[in-house]
Ligand binder design. Sequence first.
Ligand SMILES: [Zn+2]
Length: 421
Amino acid sequence: MESFVMLLKLKCTVNNYAWGAKGEASMAGSLALDGGHIPNLDKDKPYAEFWVGTHANGPAHVIENGIALKQLLATSPNLQGKHENGKLSFLFKVLSVVAPLSIQIHPTKEQGKILHAKDPKNYPDDNHKPEIAIALTEFELLSGFRQHSQISEYLKLYSEIQELLTEEEKGQIDNLGSYGESSSQVLKLIFSRIWRTPKEQLQIVVDKLARRIQGQENKSALDEIIVYLFTMYPGDVGVFAPIFLNYFKLQPGEATFLEPNMPHAYLKGDCVECMADSDNTIRAGLTPKYIDVESLVEMLNYNETLLPKYIPNELEDGSLLFTPRGIEEFWVQEVKGPAGSIYQLPYSESCSVLTVLYGTATVTVGTTSQTLNRGEVLFIEATHSTERPKVNITDDFLAFRAFTPSPRALDSLSSKHLVID
Ligand SMILES: [Zn+2]
């Protein structure tokens, strides 16, 4: 007997943070327009983030009947697997960045609870927010602390910063990178001192450093980024960030995973992002908004990180599955193919949402089918059977399927055969 599986198109939200690309130049905005999520694009307005999820700050609705997806899931538990709990545990986004986002970290689950209880205005929920970002265009970012020995060199090269340190702290610069664990302690000491400096004093040193570099004839790549950040955020402590953090570019298709307390700032480009269902951010600079310096310096992970590129799993059919370790809330599957190809999604104990970046395809399960075009978002209920959704691609297609892996699938991460539901 053929089964009936719910395939529902969703209407999603876009937000207009100032760092977003404007009008048609925004991939997030044009996807939202093409998918029917917004009625038009204003050429002077930034379209920063397209949100697919059930978070209160940008909830999705079922197009057919206008019901909030969150409400539908709460009242129809059969649409999800047993391991899901009446909502989407993840938030899937498309970002179009033209100006730097604030430098930030996100809390662990335990820290999220404490922060939310203490300050619900700045920390809107009690969750953690690990993130994976997959580049759609060349994507520039800062992420993770550099090798400590390199930070030590840069603190000497950009010596103005030392004006913010005590004599004792200056004496510790040479110890960065020289003795493992405690090197992180030295970095914490130096970083905390700089970030705790009163604003007026900070501004003077930021300006002095940036103007000296601006006047230089030959600029290194690092000089250029510092000057760029200075022109965007004059006087902001975040102008120092590239001296401490890895600067790198992801090429389209490449990904990075941002663990709790890993400092990062997106600078430029388009990406898709998937994260636990949360909006908890502790800012560290490049922002006119409130910086919670004390939480920041206590929570930061000061260890050195190599470029944290994330390598996805390649499945038997050649498709890619992103399964960041230690994360229960989300996996992301890339669904990609030329016109004429047929793609089978896995049988799944979990519900999922499929967001189309380009192309056209018809998704069929049992007696139900939906044709999807660019920008459209499809909710697929947990199939609870061996039925696999079939994707008939009629125009060169790229979509991402986000879902919450079942405990069985999570277990399979440690074995050879990845179970992809
Ligand atoms: Zn972030």
